[in-house]
Write a protein that binds this ligand. Structure first.
Ligand SMILES: [Fe+2]
Ligand SMILES: [Fe+2]
Length: 310
């Protein structure tokens, strides 16, 4: 259904209410009722007072440690994400009920990750707590000017966190079955959250393609993984990218490309002049970033070939 009304005449939130209900019901029809306490091998835990943490407790690449640290602190920052999302969720609208369900599910991610982190000793617990204190007193999360940009952003963000947790899990030591299971459960939740927001945004495109094109174009040109409030975020982000867990390459291949192709931004028509301009800019940004990633991959391949095998 494409009503093609001018942006200003469409009340996107009211028009989308039936789609929110449909997608929320779809979400509830396949519940993921796992229990955090059942996933942890508590007997493996040791007192940090009796035996202080040391990197040798859990030998792993620094990029993987950075990823666990950043991903957990991002999950810790949930109160501010909920606040940001609820600011676009009016009372008595189903998006509010969905947002409560989403918050309930997201909340268990930091719980279970921290339990695993402490029992497995995979990262420094003092550094983690110091980071949490700094980050949470900053309360830095992306804020969005309207509902359209919020759902566009969260679609990308849920997909990005799914990829980051999945790729981190794949880099854990083979014998850490508990860690792989924990990150797999979280990635599974993120997948379902992504599907909700992705399909809600798709429904919004059908109602107001012009407003959604402008919103998506703005979000793509400014999208960054959450975490700017985390101490030394840039240093950790570089390590995570170098480890091949999450960087520009994953953003293009695993986030931008599948999401934009599902919304079919290449073939949108009937847009306002402003929206058509935004669509062209969006496609230019995507093509530029894709070329950058290809150049980076070529450079990496050339340097591997140039390195003599000893
Ligand atoms: Fe999460
Ligand atoms: Fe999430």
């Amino acid at each position: 259904m494409n009503k093609r009304l001018p942006t200003s005449r469409v009340d996107l939130l009211s028009e989308l209410a039936p789609d929110v209900e449909r997608l929320y019901n779809r979400h509830l029809e396949s519940p993921r009722d796992w229990y955090p306490h059942e996933q942890i091998d508590w007997g493996q835990g040791e007192s940090f007072e009796a035996r202080p943490w040391a990197p040798e407790d859990y030998p792993v690449a620094e990029g993987v440690r950075s990823s666990i640290y950043v991903n957990l602190l991002t999950e810790d920052n949930l109160p501010y994400y909920t606040d940001s999302i609820l600011s676009h969720a009016p009372e008595r609208h189903p998006i509010r009920d969905w947002s409560y369900q989403w918050t309930m599910e997201e909340n268990r991610h930091s719980m279970i990750m921290r339990d695993w982190v402490h029992v497995s000793r995979c990262i420094n617990p003092t550094l983690l707590e110091d980071g949490r204190r700094v980050q949470m007193t900053r309360a830095e999360v992306p804020r969005h000017p309207d509902f359209a940009e919020m759902i566009a952003y969260v679609s990308f963000q849920e997909r990005a966190t799914q990829i980051a947790h999945r790729n981190t899990g794949a880099k854990l030591p083979k014998d850490d079955k508990m860690g792989r299971n924990v990150l797999g459960l979280i990635a599974g939740d993120e997948t379902k959250h992504y599907l909700f927001y992705r399909d809600l945004t798709l429904a919004a495109f059908a109602i107001d393609p012009s407003a959604m094109t402008i919103a998506v174009a703005r979000q793509v040109s400014t999208f960054a993984m959450p975490g700017t409030g985390i101490p030394a975020f840039t240093r950790h982000a570089v390590r995570i990218a170098r480890e091949g867990i999450y960087g520009l390459g994953q953003y293009v291949k695993d986030v931008l490309t599948p999401v934009l192709s599902l919304w079919d931004v290449d073939h949108l028509c009937g847009l306002s002049k402003e929206a058509e301009r935004a669509r062209v800019e969006l496609l230019t940004v995507v093509s530029t970033v894709t070329k950058t990633v290809e150049r980076m991959a070529d450079k990496a391949t050339a340097s591997v070939r140039a390195t003599p095998v000893t």
